[in-house]
Design a protein around this ligand. Structure first.
Ligand code: NAD
Ligand code: TYD
Length: 353
């Protein structure tokens, strides 16, 4: 089979990356899709079981922090494009160990930019470096206002500082070396396959196990929530139709205070688990706040809507139902990622290849 394009997707074994890999592998049988992932605790090849045997899918275990390995990957796979999602992604972990976030998110991104620059130096025509970023780079909003693509960067956590830094490097490579890049800054994602350290899957897991639900501070922090598959669809659109050297904000037009979201989640869980109404809410426990906790994120996604015609396809209620159903139907997945067995799975699956 001959392929007319090769795209490297970094972090393809993670939460959002796995949905992007699946979409591209299924939608573009004539593209060769290379999933480049080092498989940290957040990477899990079980996420891609349904497509792992497709002819146009390849998995490469490699670390973006290893510059030589990245050069070798570019030489071997000769990509036309890269969609870069690999990152350390959890704010609480960044507070414990900021350096890990500098290594992966900053140095890893610069390594990929250097490899792309070296490999594409003779002809950047038709090439694309797509950097997937977050709305957290803009810092926090007060009670009103929305993040625009022109909002100044003002990151408050080590995670958002590392993502902001990587965004700046991507932009600088565009200005200085003509790197054909696009950047998207997206709001909080939720959906199947999210590691149960983030709010939605952690709380689903705890409700199932009758464990307390640790609400940081007063629970009045606000986030804008987007169903992960709608993010993957936006990434496909921007990869193909976004303008070079542009940034697009992606969001769900869907703001929730944490405590209100948690109450909706509890109500759906009571219904799904045939528990008495109000049972799950009793698990809510207010705990010590996260240091530097951003009060509110809210995205103005009108640019991508007007210029590329993207909008979310599901309502929050629909997305949350789908998400909860997925977790309840995939209890083994949840069990294995929380017990660390997925590393053993990888060893037995790939160590002989
Ligand atoms: P995730 O933590 O679920 O997955 C990250 C993936 O990157 C994992 O598969 C991991 O193994 C891989 N990885 C980590 N370090 C690596 C390294 N050094 N080399 C190669 N692979 C490595 O993350 P996610 O939630 O899917 O987020 C993906 C991207 O989207 C990140 O860049 C994140 O900043 C961005 N983002 C996430 C959200 C969100 O709500 N989750 C929102 C906006 C933007
Ligand atoms: P999270 O899912 O970690 O995403 P982010 O910090 O990137 O927005 O957290 C979402 C919100 O939920 C945030 O305001 C912190 C809060 N939160 C809790 O109250 N309790 C928790 O156990 C977690 C993980 C998050």
């Amino acid at each position: 089979m001959s392929f007319n394009k090769t795209i490297i997707i970094t972090g393809g074994a993670g939460f959002i990356g796995s949905h992007v890999v699946r979409l591209f592998v299924n939608k573009y049988p004539n593209y060769r899709i290379v999933n480049l992932d080092v498989l940290t605790y957040a990477g899990n090849l079980e996420n891609l079981k349904d497509i792992e045997n497709k002819e146009n899918y390849h998995f490469v275990k490699a670390d973006i922090v290893d510059a030589e390995a990245m050069n070798a990957v570019f030489e071997e796979w000769r990509p036309d494009g890269i969609i870069h999602l690999a990152a350390e992604s959890h704010v609480d972990r960044s507070i414990e160990d900021p350096s890990a976030f500098v290594r992966t998110n900053v140095i890893g991104t610069v390594n990929l930019l250097n490899s792309a620059r070296a490999y594409w130096k003779d002809n950047m025509e038709g090439k694309r470096f797509y950097h997937v970023s977050t709305d957290e780079v803009y810092g926090t909003l007060g009670e009103t206002g929305l993040f625009l693509e022109t909002t100044s960067y003002d990151p408050n956590s080590p995670y958002s500082a590392s993502k902001a830094s990587s965004d700046h490097f991507v932009r600088a490579y565009g200005e200085t070396y003509g790197m054909p890049y696009v950047i998207t800054n997206c709001s909080n994602n939720y959906g199947p396959n999210q590691f149960p350290e983030k709010l939605v899957p952690l709380f689903i897991h705890n409700i199932v196990n009758n464990k307390s639900l640790p609400v940081y501070g007063d629970g009045k922090y606000t986030r804008d929530w987007l169903y992960v598959i709608d993010h993957a669809v936006a990434i496909d659109l921007v990869y193909h139709e976004g303008k070079n050297h542009e940034t697009y904000n992606i969001g769900g037009f869907n703001e929730w205070q944490n405590i209100d979201l948690i109450k909706v989640l509890c109500a759906i869980m009571d219904r799904k688990l045939n528990r008495t109404e109000g049972d799950s809410e009793k698990l809510i426990t207010y705990v010590k706040d996260r240091p530097g906790h951003d009060l509110r994120y809210a995205i103005d996604a009108n640019k991508i809507n007007k210029e590329l015609g993207w909008k979310p396809s599901v309502t929050f209620e629909q997305g949350l139902e789908k998400t909860i159903d997925w977790y309840l139907q995939n209890a083994e997945w949840l069990e294995s990622v929380t017990s660390g067995n997925y590393q053993d799975y990888y060893e037995s699956m790939y160590s002989e290849r």
